[in-house]
Design a protein around this ligand. Sequence first.
Ligand code: ADP
Ligand code: ZN
Length: 436
Amino acid sequence: MEQRYYQAGVETMPREELRKLQNEKLRKQVEHVYRSVPYYRALMDEKGLTPGDIGGVEDLYKLPFLSKSDLRETYPYGMLAVPLSDCVRIHSTSGTTGKRVIAYYTQHDIDLWEECCARAIVAAGGSKDDVVQVCYGYGLFTGGSGLHGGAHKVGALTLPMSSGNTDRQIQFMMDLKSTIICCTPSYAAYIGETLREKGYKPSDNTLKAGIFGAEPWTEEMRRDIEKSLGIKAYDIYGLTETSGPGVAFECSEQHGMHINEDHFVAEIIDPDTGEVLPDGEKGELVFTSLDKEAFPLLRYRTRDICVLDRTPCPCGRTHVRMAKPMGRSDDMLIIRGVNVFPSQIETVLINEGYAPNYRIEVDRVNNSDTLDVFVELSPDQFSDTVGAITTMEKKLSAAITGILGIHPTVHLVAPKSIERSEGKAKRVVDKRKLHD
Ligand code: ADP
Ligand code: ZN
């Protein structure tokens, strides 16, 4: 396949040159932050550091970390590194794991972010000839604006649908002949399901690719969406604190997401000790923004658990790849002492022939943790006898036990009884927190 890039120069820059560029930008950025953000200057002073101590990426480990709690503490403007009058936009996290934090952008920051999204769209085969249907939410959430801006930069015809109103999404998709769709994977699955219910075959739409992110999703879920929409599904990653989606994106190889390293330096650390881990080891992803002006976070701890891959990619891009994060350290459930990621359960469900409509409930009864998995049946499966369904429940429960090492109670429930998601899916209810 012929490779196309949005910014070939930086995307395929030889590593040595890229490192030089990063070093140069990092030195300037540390100086900028030290000068403009008293909160971070105090953290550096505490460690006896001055900007002169950071000569390049190899000195990054010396700098203090930032985490969500720092952003909450400095809310709203304690991290601002330019006069507020130089900012043109504010976004905020979805608040998936607590109080929202806000991020601010200068026009330069918006351009940089949109260019990252444009790289993702081009990597997924997009060009000015495409019709890009953006059904991430618009508003404070970064998903809609990011992909919207990226599609504009590419020169594609952009449909700013926002999320929801699935009937209208489908009508516009068909009438306006959308070729690329951008949303959360859970919403993509829902749109696929709705298309099927309306009697459309996957070949009835003109979509060729989808760019899905903002929440964890499995390879099994990817295949499911690709089948139901008749497309190639690409992953995109980002977080509000670093701009939004587009920090990393998949190329045609689909073997990890290229991190836009001319703007962000990635490290993997041991989440318990903060120690930087060698390449190839799994740990918490930490980002340093190299050239954002208004909200330039240094060594920001994402809490996302993943692995970096520095082997060269056949697509020609030289930027490091990150594996699909399978959940944040704070999505991880500890059930009867065993670490469980919801994505592990999703993998089993889809492999066992169920649709990715499920809810996980954890509780504590008589001092012992309980795990209940509610999984929706298809109308066909639902017409089976009670006996047959009980057998299916036992089989699925055994399959999950095989992967997790702990025994869940599986409940197969009626079609459509589990709420669909138009944005980030909420699949876990941890009732133990209510008792604490
Ligand atoms: P919140 O932290 O409130 O969810 P954001 O909207 O900024 O706010 O979400 C960023 C987070 O979403 C990331 O830290 C990561 O956990 C998750 N995320 C984003 N893209 C992906 C992806 N492609 N795969 C897995 N998780 C993702
Ligand atoms: Zn690649």
